[in-house]
Design a protein around this ligand. Sequence first.
Ligand SMILES: [Zn+2]
Ligand SMILES: [Zn+2]
Length: 238
Amino acid sequence: MKQYLYETHCHTSPASACASWRGAELADYYKSKGYNGVFVTDHFFNGNTGIDRSLPWEQKVIQFCQGFEEVKSRGEKIGLDVFFGLEYNRNGAEFLIYGLGKQWLLEHPEILELRIPDLFSLVSMSGGAFVQAHPFRQAPYLERICVYPKYCHGAEVINTANAVEWNENAIWYAKRMGLYMTCGSDAHWLGRDDLGGVLLPRRLKSAADYVGMIINRDPIGLYTEKDYGLDVVSKTAD
Ligand SMILES: [Zn+2]
Ligand SMILES: [Zn+2]
């Protein structure tokens, strides 16, 4: 059966302060690696954003979405599916939000203030998916390890920018809690040779299509370019 490879977690410059590649470079790189598409998930204003936080909300949202828009316009030329996402940070936890977009962000400036259970409800009601990113990552910018098994649609159990043991912990956690499992690269610059992603049973028509797979817990494959010996991975490049 043919499978379709999608990146679920990547960042662009200048929307994410820690990223160095522009959208067109990103699109070309994933295309060259055989991906069918990418979800662009720049750091939101409560994470490592490259957007001036003092700007009015509308201006911030417009600038934030430019990273995604650059990838999308290049993707349309080269035949790469490009969908919007974002990475939301709250103290010791980060979340990948899929299926929403610029208009939704413009209408919801309150999202920076919401408690995670309330944000999860709002995203769900709005037709989005809410996936906890790298739940067991340890880094100075993460104040504590904080997991939300009841307030997410799934967990990014493999983040190929993570240490292997953090991913092993996340796999254990997701299995224990019965959480839907996803995989992504958290790519910020050109040249990574350890990407990951999800293998889907069909080509996505929209971000909502992927949201539906997550919510319905459709079987998907997890892909890593390198082999880490993780039993949840269905395919590696090697
Ligand atoms: Zn980053
Ligand atoms: Zn990230």
